[in-house]
Ligand binder design. Structure first.
Ligand SMILES: Nc1ncnc2c1ncn2[C@@H]1O[C@H](COP(=O)(O)OP(=O)(O)O)[C@@H](O)[C@H]1O
Ligand SMILES: [Mg+2]
Length: 222
């Protein structure tokens, strides 16, 4: 089965075809990166892939659910259940501990607190931050915070992880480490990963890389 499929996806914003016929498929456990400069449509691509934004035309299928023509309720249910999202930075809630932040997707999908805590501990362990569950978000380093964001994206065992410049706030060594953990942990759990980034060294860690320009994806040589 295909985890993510974008078939001739078109989205025009303010008269510009930001996505002008995007074709992309990603199977379980596979990893891909999309590179492109600022403003080229990378975030838009992820918004469409997770069903937040409807394309003007084309098909978006996530884990067997057709999102482009689905009603809002199905789109949000699929996003909560089947997708994990990682952003650039600053998206953990400061009033919650690291562990509470990581448990949020589980709680939102209706898991009981007791069931959540074992899984939260497991995922924090996979990302090597098992001892940080009780810390506040201002009591860990930038790299640890980003690992917590990755843990939160994986905790509910999503079929698909979408990451928007996940390493942009990190120094080069920490960025590579966080990216490696994201790719290996997600793949080990069977999730497909799509990362968008302007950083070639980060993109090249994925199995397949594409360039996004003029609304189209082209395979990138390396
Ligand atoms: N909500 C929106 N409404 C209108 N235009 C938008 C919106 N979000 C982004 N854009 C425009 O779409 C283009 C692509 O933006 P974006 O996907 O954020 O690029 P990137 O993530 O590659 O920097 C830009 O020209 C941006 O100004
Ligand atoms: Mg962006």
């Amino acid at each position: 089965m295909t985890t993510l499929s974008l078939d001739h996806v078109v989205l025009t914003r303010r008269g510009v075809a930001v996505l002008a016929g995007i074709e992309l498929t990603l199977g379980p456990g596979r990893t891909a990166a999309v590179m492109g400069r600022s403003g080229v449509g990378k975030t838009t691509l992820l918004e469409v892939a997770c069903g937040l934004v409807r394309p003007d035309s084309g098909a978006v299928v996530v884990n067997g659910v057709r999102l482009d023509d689905a009603r809002d309720a199905l789109r949000s249910r699929t996003r909560l259940r089947d997708v994990g999202l990682v952003f650039q930075r600053d998206e953990l809630l400061p009033e919650l501990t690291i562990g509470e932040n990581v448990s949020l997707p589980l709680r939102l999908s209706g898991a009981a607190a007791a069931d959540s805590s074992a899984r939260v501990a497991e995922v924090l362990g996979l990302l090597d931050i098992g001892d940080l569950a009780g810390r506040g978000t201002d009591e860990v380093s930038g790299g640890q915070l980003q690992r917590a964001a990755i843990a939160r994206a994986l905790v509910h065992r999503p079929a698909l992880v979408l990451a928007d410049e996940p390493t942009a706030a990190l120094d080069e060594a920490t960025a590579r480490e966080a990216m490696a953990l994201l790719l290996t942990t997600a793949s080990a759990e069977g999730a497909a990963v799509l990362v968008v980034t302007h950083d070639a060294s980060v993109a090249d860690m994925a199995e397949t890389t594409y360039s996004l320009s003029d609304g189209r994806l082209t395979p990138r040589d390396r």
